[in-house]
Design a protein around this ligand. Sequence first.
Ligand SMILES: Cc1cc2nc3c(=O)[nH]c(=O)nc-3n(C[C@H](O)[C@H](O)[C@H](O)COP(=O)(O)OP(=O)(O)OC[C@H]3O[C@@H](n4cnc5c(N)ncnc54)[C@H](O)[C@@H]3O)c2cc1C
Length: 483
Amino acid sequence: MRALGGSSRLWGGGCVPLARMDMAARDWVPCSGWPIDFDELATWWTGARELLGIDARHGIGDGSFGNAHFDHALPLRDDLTADRVCFISPVMFESQYRKLLEKSANITLLFHATATELAAAPGAGHVQAATIRNLDGRRGSVRARHYVLATGGIENARLLLASDSVAPQGLGNRHDQVGRHFMDHPRCLAGQVVDGDLWTLLRPYNSDDQRRRLPLYRELSLSERVQRERRLLNARARPYPVAGAVPTGLQALRELRATFRPSPAGPGTSIDVEYKVQRALAVGLPEPSPPVLASGRRRARLMLSVGMNAGHVAGALARRLRRRPLHGCQRVDLMTYFEQSPNRDSRITLSDSRDALGMRKVRVDWRLTDLDYASYRTSASLLGEETARCCGGRFEPAPWVRDPMVQPDVVGTAHHIGTTRMSLRPEDGVVDPDCRVHGIDNLHVAGSSVFPTGGWAFPTFTIVALAMRLADRLRTGLEIVGL
Ligand SMILES: Cc1cc2nc3c(=O)[nH]c(=O)nc-3n(C[C@H](O)[C@H](O)[C@H](O)COP(=O)(O)OP(=O)(O)OC[C@H]3O[C@@H](n4cnc5c(N)ncnc54)[C@H](O)[C@@H]3O)c2cc1C
């Protein structure tokens, strides 16, 4: 999102640290292994926790927050699966930090100033200026001793590729690495759990219920052992209840309540845009009830229906008091979320068409490999069978899980990873372990584009930890005056 705060203005706030294994070199995952140590990155987690408003009482472990108490748990086989604890950050970066940035003596915020090129010195080993433009045709340049590119997982690669006045192949792209290894966290419906005590399965992962009490929740994840033994990419699963028909009285009550809520903002407002993006990303997830218009006659009709079906409402109330779903759950849909393996052919390039500022548009060629698909099938099957076993139910896999000839219908989750990956050698990536672009003395990159691999973990917690690490290096190592 092009605004102060970026996509964090839309984000769900989900935070979890990467697991040690997510960063390790795994012989079954090509190009895996971060060039920085898990324990070194972990020293920045407490800072990230504070910046993201996460309660310091919750320790940070290997792929999970700690010190969390939950009332219910599935009897999981720990050689197969593990619960990982995540935190919902309350921080929206723009509203939380805007004043601090505005008050700061050494920070100037420039709005409506899109960087269209990083202008390099002859030889392309040094950035001389950032060219900026706005939609009214104004141009300018920003000069600094050091530059940090932090424009998001796709735009970081775009701006480097677009900076081609001195280096025709793009800045930092001597080895044709910029934009490659583009990854997301693919999501796909693994199948359904039917029969059995479905509420036993749902209860531990009912994050809405949990969040009302504490902003912590669990994700059911593959164990480290099974990943190693079965040579799998990391994965998690989330059970969603699929309700049978809503009883008439309860439906009438819901519609009646909706008539008293303020109607959503009109088209074109930022709330409307955010809502649309959220909906776009939630394809395949359970639908929220649509807003209903209020009118006196309609309300009267709904009230009558509630009264005539008071038994339905009383039944729902009794279930709520027992912290059970308000009406019967027909089946549980199991949504699976996966790690993607690095693949140099999955990439961001520039198209020939240009945007309103004359900048070449992005072309996204997101590709999954046979390893990805094979791993997703095994993981979906493992997670499905295990959840069904835990509730005495039956797992009915989706066709793609059973049949390798059927392509899974995966969608991304707006976690853009890997396009300026970190590497020891310039031949293997774009930035070095200090996040400095190989071969350029004053250009660094922040964001998930530097992740060599991304596990299944929501990326922002790691982005923040790496950003704090980079800020520290710039301040102390490079002795930047005034920081
Ligand atoms: C709907 C949604 C839900 C999400 N939920 C979660 C979640 O629960 N947990 C999680 O960890 N992550 C989540 N994410 C992902 C998360 O938002 C991103 O990982 C995070 O915002 C990336 O931060 P960033 O600063 O690297 O990039 P961005 O947030 O993309 O910010 C980039 C900034 O650069 C600016 N910019 C871009 N190009 C230029 C240019 N050429 N010139 C000048 N400025 C420019 C933009 O205006 C923006 O301010 C979600 C994303 C979406 C869209």
